[in-house]
Write a protein that binds this ligand. Sequence first.
Ligand SMILES: [Zn+2]
Length: 489
Amino acid sequence: MAEKKKFTREDWKTLVDSFRYQKTRPDPSSKYWDEKIETVSRDELRHIQETKLKALVRYLNDNSPWYQRHFKKAGFQPGDLKGLQDLPKLPLTTKEDWSQNQMEKPPFGDFHCVSPQEWAEDGWMLYSTGGTTAKPRFFTFTLHDRDIWAWAWARAFWSFGLRPGTVFFNTSVYGPFPGMWGSQYGAHLMRCPIIPGGGMDSRRRLFFIKETNVTCVIGVPSYVLHLGQVAKSEHGIDPAKDTKVTDLVTMAEPGPCVPSSKQRIEAAWGGARLHDIVGHTECFPIPLGWSCAEENAARGRPMRDHLSEDIGIVEIVDPETFEPVPPGTRGVLVVTNLWSEGIPALRYLMGDYMVYSSEPCSCGRTFAQADGGLQGRADHTLRVRGVWIIPGAVEEVVRGFNELDDEFQIVADSVGDRERVTIRVEPRPEIARAAWPELQKRLSTEFRFVLGLGVDVELCEAGVLPRFQRGDLDAKAVRVKDLRSKPAS
Ligand SMILES: [Zn+2]
C-alpha cells in the first residue's frame, strides 16, 4: 500500500490562512476586524474546528517526533479521529511533558514541528517561560506564527473599540515573555504607534504618556493600577486632566474581570475603559480570550471574554478526573492550538479555572465566552479543608473594601493537624488603629461568606506586602504561599 503523503508545514500554513479572511487593516468604520470569521455561524465554526483538528493531528504526527511517540504510546492513529466528539479520547499534553522532553533532548526537545535548523532558517524569535520554579523552557516561533500573533492582537484591539489614531504605550518589559510582543506587532498591523516603555521607572513612563499623547496603556493590572495611583499622589499628574488616556489593556492577572478591581483601576485613570486579554505562554501566547466593547460596559457582574474558537479549541474538564464538565460549570482549561507552525499544542492542560458560557453577546460575535475570564491557575489555587480558594475571589473582596490598599497575600499553613488559611491585607494609612479590630471582623465575615471557609485575617502595616512595580509578568504567584509540609490534594 502506498504511503500517505506527508502533511507538510506548507499544507498546514495554507489551511490556517484560508480561515483568516481579513489579513490587513479594515476600514475604520467596520465594527469587526474580520467580520466573516467573527460572526460565523456556530455550525460553520464547528466545521472549521473539525477540519483544522483533523489536519492538526496529521501535521503533528508527520512533523513532531515527540507527538508521533505520544500518539503511539496512547494507541492513537491520526485516522482514528473522525470529528470533534473524538477529541476527549486523545491524550493530554502537559507542561511536564515538554519540560522533560527538553531536558532529554536539549536545548529545544523534539516536540516542535520545526527542527532547530528549519527555525534558524525561517524563524522569528525564541520565547521562554519565567523559570521561577523550574529551568526555563524554550519555544521556537516562526515568521508565520508572528503574522498570526499580529492578526489576533489587532482583532482584539479592534473589538475593544480601538481604531487608527490610537497611541499605545506598553509598560511591561517584554524580554523573552511572549504576550507583550504580540501587542507590539498587533499595533503595527493596525498601523498605530506603540511605545515600548519597559525599561523605565514610573516617573519616566508617566512623562512619556503625558508628553506623547498616549491614548492606550498596556500592562499587568496590578502595575497599571499602581501607575495610575502614583501619577497623582507622587508625580502631580492627574490622568483624567493631564493625559489623553482613554483605554487600558491588561493581561496575566484576573483584575479586569473582577468588578471591584476593574472599578478601582478605571477610577485611577480618570474613568478610562479597562479591557482584558488572556492567553498562555506555552500553548497559546496570543489572545485566547478578550473582552469586547459591549462586555466592557457590563456593570454589576464579572466581565466575559470572547474565546478565539476559530484558532483554538477550548475544553473545560474536571480537575481530578479530566472528564468534560457541562457549560456553566467551573473546571480546568484544556486548549488545542489551531494556528501555530512552530508549536501547535494538542489538548494542552493549561491549568486555569474557567466557566464556559454560551450566552449570546450583543456585539454579534458568535465566539463563546469565558464567564469572568480566567479565574486563577489551578497551581496558584489552594485546596484547603476540601475547599478551593481562588485568588480572584479574594481579590474581589479586598478591592471591595475602601479601607484597604490594593495588595493581598493568601498563606496556607498547618497548625498541628489543622490546615489554616491566613489572608494578609493592608489597611490604608489613614485608617486609625482603633478601627482595625472592627475592620478585621467585617473582613472575616465577608471571606467566610464568599469562600465558604473560615480564614484568619491579618492586618499589616502599609507597604509590608510585596508589590509589583516593574511590570513583572511572573509576579502573580507571589500572592499565594503554600507553607503546608504536604499540600492536601
Ligand atoms: Zn461581545
